[in-house]
Design a protein around this ligand. Structure first.
Ligand code: UTP
Length: 301
């Protein structure tokens, strides 16, 4: 059976978005008409994922509520003939999705959040999708499907493998991301390693890790052996680099030009994401674009 399990870490504190995230998870912030976590889920569902394991933390209960079936709300909408709103509660494959939740009980970084999935994932390959990053406008992307295909293609049963999504970023921004050390070139390439937040001078490429991964379960061994790095956090990139150095096959896949990454982790990128999704909204976009032109004029733009 093809990979149908994704781990979605959503336990981060979101300190860069305070005070917005003081009492609500950043993964539940609205971008246009939906919260970020729903775009991530829809994107994964469209790529064949049917089991979703959220790694949550304190104050993240609204994520669980969002994916629950709210019988009272459904009955109310039905009773009052609100068919349109009723349809809004649904998305493609929603019926077949299974949701699981576990907690990261200490804030020890993304690598540690992924490690919290170990007892539930066991001995099977799985996808990791960061809960604060959307791929493609309105999540129109099948990157995870392409990554799963690359993971499964000609893989030997005992082989350790990982597939990582990358986006090209301007050279001066490499210091904000995990960066690829590529061995080959092209849209699908072999990886020799990864380096976390390099300086512009030392960066081996401008290919930044783009929030989507496929791993064989061996990654857990490397996460367990990874010592806390920057800020006392266990870095996923460090464990991945160690796994590659130990001989794992590592494949990078570039996002296409239409598959922009929308990361809502800071205000600049959150505002940009909201603006683009709202301007492109099929129902409200046209009116907003008109109003935006007027506002820009008021700003003298
Ligand atoms: P970030 O690296 O942006 O960290 O998380 P953060 O803690 O949420 O944000 P700031 O820096 O305080 O503003 C990337 C993804 O990994 C998850 C986050 O929820 C987010 O979806 N994450 C991060 C965890 O699940 N656990 C962690 O310990 C850290």
């Amino acid at each position: 059976m093809s990979i149908d399990l994704a781990v979605v870490p959503v336990a981060g504190l979101g300190t860069r978005l305070l005070p917005l995230t003081k009492s609500q998870p950043k993964e539940m912030l609205a971008v246009g008409r939906k919260p970020v976590a729903q775009y991530v889920t829809e994107e994964l569902a469209n790529s064949g994922i049917r089991r979703l394991l959220f790694i949550t933390g304190p104050g993240k209960a609204s994520i669980e509520n969002h994916f629950d079936i709210d019988g009272e709300l459904i009955a109310y909408l039905r009773r009052t003939g609100r068919e349109e709103e009723l349809a809004e509660l649904d998305f493609v494959h929603q019926e077949q999705m299974l949701y699981f939740y576990t907690r990261q009980r200490r804030q020890l970084g993304l690598g540690h959040a992924v490690l919290c999935a170990k007892p539930l994932v066991g001995d099977q390959p799985f996808v990791v999708a960061l809960g604060d990053s959307m791929i493609g406008r309105h999540a129109q992307s099948d990157i995870v499907k392409r990554m799963i295909a690359a993971f499964e293609r000609d893989k030997r049963p005992e082989e350790e493998r990982m597939v990582v999504a990358f986006e090209e970023v301007p050279r001066e921004e490499v210091c904000r991301y995990g960066i690829a050390i590529p061995e080959t070139s092209g849209n699908e390439f072999r990886l020799r390693g990864l380096i976390e937040k390099p300086s512009v001078e030392e960066a081996p490429s401008n290919l930044a890790v783009a929030a989507r991964y496929v791993f064989s379960p061996g990654i857990f061994r490397y996460l367990e052996a990874t010592k806390p790095g920057r800020g006392g956090e266990i870095q996923l990139t460090d464990a991945m680099d160690a796994m590659i150095k130990a001989g794992a096959t590592a494949i990078g896949i570039k996002l296409s030009a239409e598959e922009k990454r929308f990361d809502i982790g800071n205000f600049e990128s959150y505002f940009e994401s909201f603006l683009e999704f709202a301007l492109a909204d099929e129902r409200h976009g046209a009116a907003l674009r008109k109003r935006a032109r007027e506002i820009l004029k008021e700003f003298g733009e």
